[in-house]
Design a protein around this ligand. Structure first.
Ligand SMILES: NC(=O)c1ccc[n+]([C@@H]2O[C@H](COP(=O)([O-])OP(=O)(O)OC[C@H]3O[C@@H](n4cnc5c(N)ncnc54)[C@H](OP(=O)(O)O)[C@@H]3O)[C@@H](O)[C@H]2O)c1
Length: 360
């Protein structure tokens, strides 16, 4: 088992400070956008704050003196072109991505800069792969969807756990969340995805995504200590069913959600996250337990930390840092995190808030 050394990781992150490069954050004043802006500043980048609502944008810009703010709307291509002018990369944090993904990717392709988003909408993630693989190759740039807690982290952990395996029979990704106070963006994205799949459910089996109407099972997942065994909802399908099979030869990919978090998410009176520390993180804790099976052999990678929204920021910004410094397996097209990066190296570079263990 490799336990990632936190002091080493902090040193590594410090050695790779962004050198004043400009990165646009679309949806900058949203909950996740704010974490991304703070992370970019900590890493030495210059964020450009972009959003559709001029008043909200102005109010947020007042909390970040010295940063440029540019109003832009997903339905106004010229405003997006102006927003991206002079930038080295764009991170799209504005969801539902069903509405923003296409237009912001188009603008990134026109500008010839890499595009990274935090989308956890399976249908929007699929659209990105389907519509932009060739276009991004032709434009000579990279498009990286789902570079966040859901979709990105699970993919990196599954890829790291695979080690030298080129195929596996099953990937299981279990989310052990202590609670889930969803943001408005999360709830809106869930509504859009549900509408797009006609209210049906999805599972990835037999090497492809299939709709179904089966009731979801509740089972017990043996999370490692200190969390220990917890009830989870099986086939609680998350964006990892797009990212993992996009590059790993695995016919079965299943995701599980702690029952307590699934109930929070579905509650009619769900409340938004409450900050409890000076980074603005909520008290929510998480464990992501990834198991890869081939025959009788199992390989595992586990990540734990605090606040799934906050931790999406170092994931997205580390991705941008690697793209801008050429530390990628490819330089054009659409790719998920696991396909694009050296997964164990990426996970080692994450800040000390994320504890990672890989056993393969
Ligand atoms: N993959 C993951 O693990 C992960 C992690 C974090 C977030 N996310 C996703 O990221 C998205 C944002 O989440 P959040 O927590 O930041 O939610 P939030 O606090 O509600 O913020 C949503 C942001 O998106 C903007 N927005 C929404 N629709 C827009 C449109 N059509 N054009 C331009 N801007 C638009 C909002 O602007 P207005 O206020 O003007 O509407 C706001 O700035 C959600 O889809 C969420 O699921 C995914």
């Amino acid at each position: 088992m490799v336990v990632v050394d936190q002091e080493q990781r902090t040193e590594d992150a410090g050695a790779e400070m962004g050198s004043g490069q400009t990165v646009v954050v679309f949806g900058a004043y949203g909950h996740t956008g704010r974490f991304v802006v703070a992370e970019l500043l900590e890493r030495g980048y210059v964020p450009v704050l972009v959003g559709r609502d001029a008043d909200r944008l102005r109010a947020f810009a007042r909390t970040r003196p010295g940063l440029e703010a540019r109003q832009a709307s997903a339905d106004d291509a010229r405003s997006l072109d102006r927003a991206l002018t002079g930038a080295e990369a764009v991170i799209n944090c504005a969801g539902p991505f069903d509405a923003t993904g296409g237009p912001v990717i188009e603008a990134a392709l026109r500008a010839g800069i890499p595009y990274v988003d935090v989308a956890a909408e399976i249908e929007a993630n699929l659209d990105t792969f389907a519509h932009y693989a060739d276009r991004a190759r032709e434009a000579g740039t990279l498009v990286l969807p789902a570079m966040a807690f859901y979709g990105g982290l699970g993919d990196l952990l599954a890829t790291a756990a695979m080690g030298d395996w080129t195929t596996a029979e099953e990937v299981h990704i279990a989310y052990g969340l202590s609670s889930w106070h969803p943001t408005a963006g999360t709830l809106a994205s869930g509504t859009v995805s549900s509408r797009r799949r006609g209210g049906r459910r999805l599972r990835y089996t037999g090497g492809r995504l299939r709709h179904h109407d089966d009731a979801l099972p509740t089972l017990e997942w043996p999370f490692p200590a200190p969390l220990g065994p917890q009830p989870v909802i099986g086939e609680f399908t998350m964006a990892d069913v797009v990212t993992v099979p996009s590059h790993l030869a695995v016919p079965e990919v299943r995701t599980y959600m702690s029952a307590v978090a699934a109930a929070d998410l579905a509650a009619p009176d769900a409340t938004t996250p409450t900050p409890v520390d000076d980074r603005g993180r909520s008290a929510q804790t998480f464990v992501v337990d990834v198991r890869v099976r081939s025959g009788d052999a199992e390989r595992r990678a586990v990540a734990s930390g605090q606040d799934i929204y906050a931790v999406s920021a170092p994931l997205a910004v580390e991705a941008v840092a690697r793209i801008l410094t050429g530390r990628t397996h490819r330089t054009t097209g659409v790719a998920s995190a696991g396909a694009l990066f050296d997964a164990p190296d990426f996970l080692r570079a994450l800040p000390a808030q994320l504890k990672v263990e890989i056993s393969s």
